[in-house]
Write a protein that binds this ligand. Structure first.
Ligand SMILES: [Zn+2]
Length: 279
């Protein structure tokens, strides 16, 4: 039987979280923090997920309903993506809320048959202006940057933009570029957000809201990543250093090469960040 190292020895060690990645403290008695974004618009977070709600004279519009924030969120919902971690608490809001989403999100949710993620009742293709009680949210679709149907929600009066799972203020994107379904589309969307006019970014994750500077930092990170990825394949050869007993195993031959390239890419990216004073 081959020896398998204990899981504890196989997983990585983590850096201490830098101050720039932390958000304001959360009152442990409440378990969440509400940030006033102005004119009835608020962001709610428990330091991992972020959603928003807009209070108007006759009700509340909720933008996403992450299960971890379920108890803090009222009614009437806009979905940004279809992923369960962002909207899985939608059904527990009581009543029959109007649910607005992109038509692709409706298609994905109809296929999922998940009682926790009710199918949207109103959909749009390119853009949708939601006006409630003299307040306004501009919903728009900019293609597949994270997953099909993931929309932008702009609150022009408050100068707030919400886009989920694309920008990570103070942090690297989650693994595999936050599970981007179309990597060039994801890169393009970061540049698109960089060119937009807003003051506060609600990113769907992490402990604090973001700024234009956070978007610029992520754009620079992506440029460094592209440079490191372009260089890495030439730094080693397929089969190099492979155990000779595995040379006849084509899966081992390429797996070993891909792992070497990935490690080289990670190492040179770490060096670039360190040189830039980031670590
Ligand atoms: Zn997410």
């Amino acid at each position: 039987m081959p020896q398998i190292a204990p899981i504890g020895e196989q997983v990585g060690k983590y850096m201490t979280i830098p101050e720039s990645a932390k958000g304001p403290a959360i009152d442990p008695a409440k378990g969440h923090r509400i940030q006033d974004l102005g004119q009835g618009l608020d962001m709610v977070t428990e330091n991992v997920y972020q959603s928003m709600f807009l209070v108007y004279d006759k009700g509340v519009v909720v933008i996403d309903a992450p299960p971890s924030l379920a108890t803090f969120i009222p009614k009437a919902i806009v979905y940004s993506p279809s992923h369960i971690d962002h909207i899985g608490a939608a059904s527990g809001r009581g009543g029959k809320p109007i649910i607005i989403a992109h038509e692709e999100t409706k298609r994905l949710l109809a296929r999922a048959h998940d009682p926790n993620r009710p199918v949207p009742t109103v959909t749009f293709k390119d853009s949708y202006v939601l006006k409630v009680g003299g307040k306004r949210l501009d919903l728009s679709y900019h293609g597949n940057g994270h997953e099909p149907g993931n929309i932008f929600i702009a609150a022009p009066a408050q100068r707030v933009l919400m886009v989920v799972d694309v920008i990570f203020p103070g942090w690297m994107p989650w693994r595999r570029l936050a599970l981007a379904r179309d990597v060039p589309g994801y890169f393009a969307q970061v540049e698109q957000i960089k060119a937009m006019d807003f003051d506060v970014l609600v990113s769907g994750h992490v402990a604090r809201t973001g700024t234009k500077t956070d978007v610029a930092t992520q754009s620079e990170f992506i440029n460094d990543l592209k440079a490191a990825a372009a260089k890495a394949p030439g730094t080693t050869k397929p089969g190099e250093g492979l155990n000779s007993a595995d040379l006849g195993n084509p899966w081992a031959y390429f797996d070993n090469y891909i792992d070497r390239v990935t490690i080289q890419c990670g190492n040179s990216l770490t060096q670039m960040v360190a040189t830039a004073g980031g670590v």
